[in-house]
Design a protein around this ligand. Structure first.
Ligand code: MLT
Ligand code: MN
Ligand code: ZN
Length: 298
């Protein structure tokens, strides 16, 4: 059995171009020189007719309009069956508000992420009668779609920006940031759009996957600071970098993975420029740089 995945949005929060950003990449995207990218979300299906969303981005409306497989099949009948969110970040949950139009689907997340959602009174607009909140325990298999088994696992990360306190632990392992493993027959796909660090347990889980979608936020840890765009490092944001000895390219290099795909790219990441040396380096290491609309099957 094979799993189909459509990358609805390949960018991190803010997208490319970001509304208020005049960095090199954002200006190139505005000029049409490099492709624009919408915010982080992937749609998956087994049969091509029932679909599940992995994260619901603020760009969901346009993303659905662009993908024929997600078009309604009748008056107010969507092929969307379920939504899974991997953390409570705005780029991964704000699209739930777009899905409030009286459409039934299951909403899967850990208890901690469900609490972040319920803690926001605006989320009550997503009617619980039609959209049951399914609380999922770590490492406990459930059906994301008929025949498609899913399992959530902890990934080092932090709480959403809007829940940060005085001090922030940026590589907590718990229910606030998870990855998802999908299995259909012998096929395994992993989706990990946010990850602060590659632990031995994480590497072991990734090894042998047919398809991996992985946190591609930054090329290097101080990229935002170098570009003069902010004061935060990747580490502070809970994101590992692609490059460097402790980066994801090196950290996952020895593993056997069918297709390795970077998603959730920040608009500062040089790999978004087709002619950049950094992109050639990532591709030479076997990585695919995701684009909106890209479809992969494993
Ligand atoms: C992140 O991935 O670090 C968050 O989406 C940042 C944000 O909430 O803007
Ligand atoms: Mn994000
Ligand atoms: Zn920018």
């Amino acid at each position: 059995m094979s799993i189909r995945a459509i990358i609805l949005g390949a960018a991190a929060g803010g997208g490319l171009p970001q509304w208020n950003c005049g960095c090199t990449n954002c200006n190139l995207a505005r000029a049409g020189t490099i492709p624009s990218l919408s915010q982080s979300s992937v749609a998956v299906s087994l049969d091509g007719t029932s679909w599940a969303l992995l994260n619901a981005s603020p760009d969901l409306r346009e993303q659905f309009a662009r993908v024929p497989q997600l078009a309604p099949t009748d008056l107010r009948v969507s092929p969307l069956r379920s939504v899974l969110v991997t953390n409570g970040d705005i780029d991964h949950v704000a699209g739930l508000l777009t899905l409030r139009e009286k459409q039934p689907f299951d909403l899967f997340a850990t208890a901690e992420i469900q609490a972040a959602l319920s803690g926001n009174p605006m989320m009550a607009a997503v009617d619980r009668q039609l959209v049951p909140r399914r609380t999922i325990s770590l490492e406990t298999p459930f059906e994301l779609l008929p025949g498609l088994e899913a399992r959530l696992f902890p990934v080092p990360g932090k709480v959403p920006l809007y829940l940060e306190g005085e001090t922030v632990e940026t590589d907590l392992e718990g229910e606030q940031t998870v990855g998802v493993e999908l299995a259909a027959g012998a096929t395994r796909m992993l989706y990990i759009p946010g990850c602060a660090r590659i632990t031995p347990a994480l590497a072991e889980r990734i090894d042998g996957a047919d398809m991996l979608f992985f946190d591609g936020t930054l090329w290097q840890d101080d990229e935002m600071i170098r570009e003069g765009l902010g004061r935060k490092t990747g580490k502070r944001m809970g994101h590992i970098s692609m490059s460097g000895a402790d980066g994801s390219i090196a950290g996952l290099a020895g593993l056997e993975i069918g297709a390795r795909v970077f998603v959730h790219m920040n608009n500062t990441n040089p790999v978004l420029r087709p002619d950049a040396g950094e992109r050639a380096e990532a591709e030479a290491a076997g990585w695919i740089i995701a684009r909106d609309g890209m479809e992969l099957t494993a």
